[in-house]
Design a protein around this ligand. Structure first.
Ligand SMILES: [Zn+2]
Ligand SMILES: [Zn+2]
Length: 180
């Protein structure tokens, strides 16, 4: 039974205590001495660390580009969804109000205009702007919302822009000239 072994790395004959144990070897110890193995391990970790760092750097920059793109895409998607929701909300609100005040006919009270964009909510006795100022609600969707929230108060009808314009003119003439 030998008490010494020659390291296959540094070629120095050393005591068996100078070698790590290795059960897979016939003599039960490694072929490289402890200092050589330690040295190798240190070098391997050093090389590995460098490689790992380089890999992390590469991944990070790659991911940065991907992240920028996905952020942009999801932001656009989100924005589109919000815009779509808002558009449908505005449309639904307007349709609800128009349907109510036109008794489901969805048209102007004075002519046959049915195009949604042309239809507007008319304060029958005039003074719509003054009233909106009183209730502190802007025209358009906010006012339509106000009508829905307040359970569709009476005194409104649906007119097209042309008929409303003519009505405003008629009311003005009645008021100042007594014309009918
Ligand atoms: Zn050695
Ligand atoms: Zn009309």
């Amino acid at each position: 039974m030998t008490k010494t072994k020659t390291c296959c790395k540094c070629g120095v004959e050393k005591q068996v205590e100078e070698f790590h144990r290795a059960i897979w070897h016939t003599d039960g110890i490694m072929s490289r001495c402890k200092p050589c193995v330690n040295n190798e391990n240190r070098n391997w970790y050093a090389r590995n660390r460098e490689r790992e760092r380089a890999r992390a750097r590469e991944l990070y920059s790659k991911y940065k580009v991907i992240r920028r793109i996905t952020n942009r895409v999801s932001y656009r998607k989100r924005k589109e969804r919000i815009l779509e929701y808002r558009k449908s909300f505005i449309k639904n609100t307007k349709i609800q109000v128009i349907s109510h005040y036109s008794q489901g006919l969805n048209k102007c009270a004075l002519c046959d205009e049915k195009r949604l964009v042309c239809l507007t909510i008319d304060h029958i006795k005039g003074g719509g702007n003054k009233h909106r100022k009183e209730i502190k609600v802007a025209s358009g969707t906010s006012f339509a919302r106000w009508l829905i929230v307040n359970n569709f108060p009476e005194g409104y009808r649906i007119l097209c822009m042309n008929c409303q314009f003519a009505e405003v003119d008629r009311l003005r003439k009645v008021k100042y000239h007594g014309e009918e």
